[in-house]
Design a protein around this ligand. Sequence first.
Ligand code: ATP
Ligand code: MG
Length: 585
Amino acid sequence: MRYSRMLIPTVKEVPADAEIPSHKLMVRAALIRKLASGTYTYLPLGFRCLQKVINIVREEMNRAGAQEILMPAVQPIELWRQTGRDVDYGETLGTFTDRHGRQNVLAPTAEEVVTNIAANEISSYKQLPMNIYQISFKFRDEFRPRFGVLRSREFIMKDSYSFHADDKCLDKTYKIMYDTYCRIFKRCGLDYVVVEAEVGEMGGSGSHQFTIPCESGEDTIVYTEDGSYAANLERAAVDPLPPSVIPSERSESRNLPKPEEVHTPNIGSIEAVCAFLKTRPGEMIKTLIYSAGDEVVAAIVRGDHDLNPEKFIQALGGKHAELADEAIIEKVTGAKVGFAGPMGIADKVSRMIIDHAVAAMAVGVTGANRTDYHTKNVVPGRDFRLDGDNITVADIRYAVDGDTHNGKNLLFKKGIEVGQVFKLGTKYSEKLGAKFLDEHGREKSCVMGCYGIGINRIVASAIEISRDDNGIIWPISIAPFEVLVTSVNQEEQKVARVAEDIYQQLLNKGVDILLDDRVLRGGVKFKDADLIGIPVTVTVGKKSVADGNIEIKLRAESKSKKVPIEKATDATIELVNSLKEKLKT
Ligand code: ATP
Ligand code: MG
């Protein structure tokens, strides 16, 4: 391709909403343009990157034995009602009513549709296992679209779904997909980390996320230094605090003063209570009242800890839970919102789930279940029960600095989730009737797995981790072009001819190449070259051509190499191949 004929409108200025490097560079290097909040047009360079990622993903999926299909982006809401996800997905689910009054979902993912296909097309164990995938647009009405294409409302996802006769077979495919993802990210030139993830409302029994560690990531990776454990923050399990501080095992707890109510007029928040009672959040006990279907559940965590909704949902056996509305809270606690406490609440709720760290507290301050009152000197285990039919002590909070896992210190770093694999089990197949007859003629529900990759996020995260002050440094596998030939003095016939020859020769050898044939100052061309970040550059300038040479340089390195004109093609191909070699799996 010729630069002079392409739409590559690079810019110096970035829009105010571009906060992170990849967003800024994608706009500056003319990869994308914003249409509206969370929706982007891919200009030619950006689209070429996307296509390269898609090709890698497709090659590896096919190699893994998955079959490509294409499902509609507009789905009838009835399917979503059958799984309950029309509610669980919340406002992120984009919907519209068509002219006949039918409600439709704009696909954020396709478990319902694909399971519907399986329900219709799979009848026998002989058809299993089956792994099908698509690469298509998804829509999610994200609350806060940001970071360019990293969190957009419309994006391209590769989503695959596998169907099995039993768990063992699912485990096999899950492993194959896990390995396939490793190959995909390696080929894309991404340094990734695999972390254990929570299944959340997807349901199912296991999940891993593929994450690119970097400052701009919205996810938090929690890991141990020796690498023996890595999980995302939603999942990261913490050790219970040392048993020695559990009050029931401490004789002096019996000697602690009795609970005492204190008047805290209009003081409901943890911060306000702490200021008023001159105590610290770590000495407070928070009581949160949740609605989980027909159940009311009390969650108890330490004042300085945050409830982890994913862990909480797991503790509830995967049941969807939301903070209860005011009326329920007032009914259960007998007090206005802000004054709930664990004392006496167990009998008023269906279940009470107490975080380990609360059980380990010697004494704390809690809401008094009486408007405008708190209670001091509350001893867990003495003043409210830590066991009982409807009482569970579990890990339901987010890990924090200082926590351990299997006795090892937990460390934290930011990352971008680029892909996730799930063992779904039979949640969808049961609800949507995806059944088969096994070899004994017995009817069973298909066991399922699902596997997603964000194509756009791969492009953006590659930029996050590979760039410098001047622009992008593409991994060769997903760069818009492999080689850039810059004709520095295009107005000089001889220079233009040498550049054109090298361009034609490389083109003939199948190299993906861009020729900068613009009649512009060299400085402008070099700036653009650095910005768009094509990995191998061949510079053809007046001076070196007069000496019979051109210069070859890697975008990632500062030094260039003089090469005789007649050897330019071979030397370039050698460099291209050496870069490709590094990304081989
Ligand atoms: P997140 O937690 O970041 O919202 P998710 O876990 O909901 O993502 P999945 O349902 O696992 O996303 O979707 C599979 C993949 O699709 C993700 O790993 C991610 O790469 C991509 N993806 C999800 N949401 C977006 C988005 N809003 N913009 C761009 N890519 C996305
Ligand atoms: Mg995910």
